[in-house]
Design a protein around this ligand. Structure first.
Ligand code: ADP
Ligand code: MG
Length: 677
């Protein structure tokens, strides 16, 4: 009953959420550290060590599938690569003949000399476990990059199939490359870790502690990465690849980074896994392992760090603790009622079936998993919603935005640009000039090529000829993210936000190209990175303040819960956050009521006042008239007129092509809004 839970939660409600989280984490860490002390059963400690190993694997896959949205069905391959890297370098598997080449490695303690079986001396590889962890992570991450470079351009289903193939290939290679891996029989005599002169041997407790430290480190890294420029770029790719590119995210690079990071997590975990078993066989890394890890993160809550841990630990303990117990009860019940089948059933044998059933039930009743990655935001209070909307830019410190003098210098010069989609000519030798500091509007009937013009300027569709110069630099042929870096930001006609991210996170993604935090500084978070992040948040808040209190009180809400008008505003804020010199707005007032339209028009005017150059596609002629210095009219992909808004409004050809028969009244000077299309 909800009232009972509420009553239980009440005493804790007064404690700030961050404190509650800290306390819970601390309690969990203490319980984990003390477990072997108050519970000495080696088999149980070993089960928990395995659970922590699965949790580490799940955390790596969560970065790839959960954060970045790349469905990887062959993840166990990287687990195998890490395991074999350490296994081969710390076992008796390879025994090349001793020569002076090995002396420096001997001094580093990586190899020793040992008498050969027949004659002379051979090399014994003795890589330390502690060096093996980072080395295996690097090797696995390198393999991730090598595998990802040609394949990560694929999307969705195709990527899943390719990773499935990779996951199949790696164990097959290990099975058949017997000279390197000893084939199906497995590596021989993989060394146990040694710490301060003591070998871990076969005692489960030290492995348990290493596994706990490893999983804690990976949890920490996952959180640090998620709440950084890197994690935001990953989530942006997951939510909308096109918008991510338009906001300056180099998709291929960040997908590779996610893939390599996940592979690195798996590689490290592989080292611990086989050091504990002191052998490795290819069937430990077969396809079912990849599937099981995927089931774990889906069960726990895809994209959620604690979810991945909870899913992995609970399913792994289900297998090692609960199913044997349950089998005992079922068998006892079977004997009691005299059912022979029940009395003999062994549930541990059908663990895959049970996983399958759990997965189906989960999809039916709790798709977001045990610990969901996102929570629905609390609704705004009446006061928050109805506070007075402040307008104007007087009190804003929008330092670094716009600042282009209206000198008449050319910001954007589109020359003879042609775009064809098969037989359809969407743009035909279009010329458009946008002077620095000016506002230029593009109007035209539906399908006349306006959005295609934006797409070709921002590198989303290729041109079949022509040139686009931005501040005297050719930008045609650059990638979308490079064009953002040059200073052109855009919005989309059919709003492309990152729906599960908050308003603030969306606006922070807009700053991606202007920030420099890399993966390592995101994890370590040195003072420079902290300052950069704080600066980014301050700037995002300044941008949100342009829209008065429309967005500010909703900064922490997921965008998917916003009204249509607020989504449009968020998209403009996201574009502005990238500190553009030229802003492209594709029908920014579409779907807004007259009051909202007026408000937005005034805000755009404010941006113009700051010296921002704007290119605008707009259907509402009153907006065009108040904002634009120059209007271009497109029809069937060609510029049919150009001039001041009042001139264009009276142009006969425009009236015929664009406004149709009913337009004469509008042209005669109606002041009210004229809605076309
Ligand atoms: P507008 O924004 O002026 O309404 P668009 O630029 O969206 O028009 O479209 C211009 C023409 O190009 C339309 O006929 C449209 O169907 C076509 N078009 C736009 N994008 C594509 C595409 N990716 N593939 C094929 N045809 C397209
Ligand atoms: Mg359009």
């Amino acid at each position: 009953m909800p009232s009972a839970t509420a009553a239980l939660a009440r005493p804790f409600a007064a404690i700030p959420e961050a404190r509650r989280r800290q306390a819970a984490t601390l309690a969990l860490a203490l319980a984990a550290l003390l477990f072997p002390v108050y519970h000495g059963n080696q088999a149980d400690i070993d089960s928990l060590a395995n659970a922590a190993i699965y949790a580490s694997l799940a955390l790596g896959l969560n970065i790839v599938v959960g954060f970045t949205g790349l469905l990887d069905l062959g993840y166990a391959a990287f687990f195998a690569i890490g395991a074999y890297t350490y296994g081969i370098l710390s076992s008796f598997q390879l025994q090349p003949e001793w020569s002076s080449f090995w002396v420096p490695f001997q001094e580093l303690g990586l190899v020793t000399q040992m008498p050969g079986e027949t004659t002379g001396f051979v090399v014994h590889f003795t890589l330390s476990f502690w060096l093996g962890l980072p080395l295996a992570a690097l090797v696995a991450a390198g393999c991730g990059v090598a595998f990802g470079t040609p394949t990560l351009r694929l999307r969705g289903d195709y990527l899943a199939i390719v990773t499935l193939g990779f996951g199949e290939i790696v164990p097959i290679v290990f099975r058949n490359w017997a000279s390197l891996t000893n084939g199906a029989a497995g590596l021989n005599g993989v060394a146990a870790p040694v710490l301060l002169g003591h070998s871990f041997g076969v005692n489960a407790t030290p492995y348990y502690y290493v596994a706990i430290v490893l999983v804690s480190a990976l949890i920490f890294m996952s959180f640090r990465l998620r709440d950084s420029r890197i994690g935001r770029a990953w989530m942006a790719i997951r939510e909308d690849e096109i918008a991510a590119g338009a906001m300056g995210v180099n998709r291929v690079r960040f997908k590779l980074l996610a893939f390599a990071t996940g592979a690195g997590f798996a590689g490290m975990t592989g080292v611990l896994f086989i050091a504990k078993l002191q052998t490795a066989t290819p069937d430990m890394f077969d396809f079912p392992v990849s599937v099981m890890i995927l089931v774990m993160i889906v069960f726990g809550g895809i994209g959620s760090v604690w979810g991945a841990v909870a899913g992995a630990v609970s399913l792994s303990l289900l297998q090692s603790w609960w199913l044997p117990d349950l089998t005992g009860w079922v068998d006892a019940a079977g004997s009691a009622i005299g059912n022979r089948w029940l009395a003999q059933v062994d549930l541990s044998q059908s663990v895959e079936l049970i996983f399958g059933i759990i997965l189906v039930l989960m999809m039916l009743y709790r798709r977001q998993g045990l610990i969901p990655a996102y929570r629905a935001p609390a609704a705004l209070s009446f006061d928050q919603q109805h506070a007075v909307v402040q307008r104007g830019f007087g009190e804003l410190r929008l330092s670094g935005l716009g600042g282009e003098a209206h000198t008449g210098a050319l910001a954007l010069g589109v020359r003879g640009v042609t775009v064809k989609f098969g037989g359809l000519v969407a743009l035909n030798a279009v010329d458009i000039d946008v002077p620095a500091g000016g506002v230029v509007a593009v109007i035209g009937p539906n399908g006349s090529g306006k959005s295609t013009l934006f797409n070709v300027i921002t590198g989303l569709v290729p041109a079949d000829g022509g040139s686009i110069r931005f501040h005297d630099e050719e930008i045609l042929g650059l990638h979308d993210y490079q064009i953002l870096v040059k200073g052109i930001a855009r919005t989309f006609q059919n709003i492309r936000l990152f729906p599960t991210l908050t308003v603030l996170q969306n606006v922070l993604v807009g700053q991606h190209a202007r920030l420099s935090t890399g993966a390592i500084s995101a994890v370590i978070r040195p003072p420079g990175t902290r300052r950069e992040e704080q600066g980014a948040i301050d700037w995002a808040m300044e941008i949100l303040a342009i829209f008065g209190n429309r967005l500010l009180p909703r900064a922490g809400q997921a965008v998917s819960g916003l009204s249509y008008a607020n989504r449009r505003r968020t998209e403009i804020a996201r574009a502005l956050a990238s500190r553009p010199r030229l802003l492209l707005l594709d029908e920014p007032t579409a779907g807004m009521n007259p009051a909202e339209t007026l408000e937005l028009a005034e805000q755009i005017k404010g941006l113009k006042g700051l010296g921002l150059t704007v290119l605008l596609i707009e259907h509402k002629l009153d907006v065009v008239t108040t904002l634009a210095d120059t209007v271009y009219v497109l029809d069937h992909g060609e510029v049919i007129a150009k001039g001041r808004p009042d001139e264009v409004r009276r142009n006969e050809e425009v009236l015929r092509a664009y406004l149709g028969r009913n337009a004469q009244a509008a042209a005669a000077g109606t002041t009210g809004p004229v809605h076309v299309a």
